[in-house]
Write a protein that binds this ligand. Sequence first.
Ligand SMILES: Nc1ncnc2c1ncn2[C@@H]1O[C@H](COP(=O)(O)OP(=O)(O)OP(=O)(O)O)[C@@H](O)[C@H]1O
Ligand SMILES: [Mg+2]
Length: 375
Amino acid sequence: MNPFQHGVVVTGDEFCPRPELIKALRGHMGARQNCLVRGGRRMGKTSAVMEALKGQRKTGHLLINCWGKTSLAAFIEAVHEAFLTYQSRRGMSLEAILRTFAHLRPKATVDPQTGAPSFSIDLAEREAVRPRSLEAVLEPIGREGRKAPIVVVFDEFQALMQLPESEAVLATLRGAIQLQPKVTYFYLGSLRSEMDELFNNPRQPFFKSAAAVTVGPIDRADYADHLLQRFATGRLKPSEAALDKVFELACDVTGDVQQLCSAIWNCTSRGDSISPETVQRALSRIHQAEHESNSRIIDLLTPGQVRVLLGLARVGGAQPTSREFLAASHLRQPSSVSKALDRLNREGLVYRDAQGYHFFSPFFRTWLLAQDIQP
Ligand SMILES: Nc1ncnc2c1ncn2[C@@H]1O[C@H](COP(=O)(O)OP(=O)(O)OP(=O)(O)O)[C@@H](O)[C@H]1O
Ligand SMILES: [Mg+2]
């Protein structure tokens, strides 16, 4: 079986040990210190927090994914659902949960493999929901926190900024959380600029309200050891040069390293040795699989925006208004580059950090370079 999972939270054997990161996360959990966990997309934030929680047997947790919650009611439903799942994990029977929380009209689904139930809530009066309703929703969590250690994980926390009443929601959340010193809140987010706005802007209610942990790339030597062990389960042996190429092509993004290794596994047979050429072959497979969706993205962009993407792919985004960048993207005006980068940023194709602009997906970059698109 392919030992490289991607696109899902990984734990246990699949989780490459990151002892320092896990120690830092557990340190904050142990100290009941609210914590902001930030880092780029697919770097391993959610997996690391789940792994850190796994070792804390006495600590209960609620995992609330804020992504895609387009209304306050949907967010509140997600909090209720996580609370019911928490109760079930703490040993409350399904029957007792359905009876105790009957006012929420929960529906339970039992995982046929693990037997673990999950819940869905459909609030009766969705229109009556107000930001202040959150106080009552969080209150039972505070009560639990007085009995036993509990960590509430808000994943993709920055998504709450998209709610129509986001200002009032964030202010109410902050107020309620302040009244719960026994409960530990973890805020995970991948859109750096939005997370920084939430936690570093003095006008925001969450300003400096949490310690911060950054999830960056896994140390290459540690990751190489882990990957060698995973490949060894299929008697596959990557050379050092092959692993270097994997890290380079994936820009050290954890999820992309996994995706490339998974593709390598799929295009080799037991006992094969893996060279840089094998890695290139696996990358072509990824390009083939993603060709249609990538082409669709390109079709939606203006020719100028495509040129900027090509420039970025060729020379990198440290100095996007430099002469070199303009030449690589066949554009004359630095202002056209800035405008295009703004739009590409809004579309989620590129992001900006202190080092400049980068592709969100390393394999979108390599695909683009392989297309031989003429300016
Ligand atoms: N410690 C690890 N060992 C091996 N693979 C990992 C590890 N952490 C993350 N991954 C890989 O990265 C992928 C993304 O992990 P995860 O969802 O935890 O990241 P994230 O930063 O929360 O991503 P997102 O920005 O999409 O929320 C996983 O599916 C897995 O393939
Ligand atoms: Mg995540």
